[in-house]
Design a protein around this ligand. Sequence first.
Ligand code: NAP
Length: 458
Amino acid sequence: MAIATVNPTTGLIEQSFEPHSGEDIERKLTQAAGAASAQRVSAFATRAAWMVRSAEILESEADAVAAILTTEMGKTLKSARAEVLKCAKNMRFYAEHAEAFLADEPLSDPSSVGASLAYARYEPLGIVLAVMPWNYPLWQVIRFAAPALMAGNVGLLKHASNVPQSALYLDTLFTRGGFPTGAFSTLLIESGAVAAVIQDSRVKAVTLTGSEPAGRSVAQTAGHSIKKAVLELGGSDPFIVMPSADIRAAAAMAATSRTGNSGQSCIAAKRFIVHTDVFDDFAGAFVEQMRALRVGDPLLDSTDVGPLATQAGRAELAELVDDALAHGATALIGGSTPDGPGWFYPPTVLTGITGSMRLHQEEAFGPVASLYRVASVDEAIEVANGTRFGLSSAVWSTNEAEQDAFSRQLDAGAVFINGMTVSYPELPFGGIKDSGYGRELAAAGIREFCNLKTIWKA
Ligand code: NAP
């Protein structure tokens, strides 16, 4: 894919960029290696001051950065601004907590292992390559970068080819905050150049957030090179509604979860699994909520849903919907691609989904909801677990026994009860099955790219 900003609202190319040359990449790697040595011996307090300064810079530039995000991938300006501020919050979170998360772990009874002293210590790995997607051009990167830099690591970013201006903003953010040159920088490269970077002996680990095929490719290279990898891949999260739920509240949140970021979120609820006793009520209220959403220019404050980020992404989504309709699904709302400029797609709700439809097994990366009718907790769990994904899940029920059953039996990295999945700096985030492995955020996230070194003293 060419590296360029193509405005999804107009379909026009705004700016193209030449990929970095081999020499550029070598220079960036050399700088990163130098920064890794400096980072390794720097104090937590020093890195925390740099991180807080970086967060302040980001906050002070929030409006300009938000405009870049909206221009490059079409999210509403208000949500872009919220994304920027969430990033700053995450940076402050790790500035404050990194040292405690990575504190030494002494063995309380070292004599049990024949030692006078025994403990485990978290040390940085060095350069970590981050291969990142366009859907949250800032947040996906910062949720890796803030803990990585606070742990004393170095980040090299290979961002999605359609968000180069976001990537270039991030290229300098952390050095402007005080981190050493090379501590975090951007490689403007296409996906074909990623394997060679992973294989470079100076690069110690890789994290990828993106699609399943990209994950498989990166994990294969990392595995071959015996390097640590974290994969945050796609999802087709269930949103289960049981009879005891507040149906109107569930329907409102269902619409928010399905259409936020124009439906292009890995943790968006995508499959709505509803008990038959409340199916009609829920479906009616959900469609009403979806109909009320204003689709249009993402720069306008009144807009709820902007265009999809890419022409190809819209075509793929439309294919999934067309396939479902051709195999007998019914659209309660939406379901067809509008004419006109920009890559818009309407909020869509489909019922009558069956196993023969691609939508049943694939991720719908846009504002398309699949409705399923079930008759029991067990059937809801069976449908929810019936995909190869396992990112997150949401359950609406006020019955504690049901809440317990779902929280234990859903095959997912998270279960949100009477709410929607959101990523918080304070909570671990990640999936199982084909949604990937490893965790980001919280203590688990910062420990992923550390060497947990055991120290034993006679
Ligand atoms: P994508 O096409 O997989 O791209 C993600 C990144 O991987 C981009 O930087 C891309 O570069 C690169 N890439 C693609 N193929 C590659 C390969 N074979 N080798 C190395 N790098 C490769 O995904 P996307 O369309 O940007 O993002 C949407 C997907 O990301 C969805 O499936 C979504 O669910 C998932 N996602 C997951 C999470 C999570 O936390 N689990 C969060 C957000 C998004 P180019 O742009 O140059 O191709």
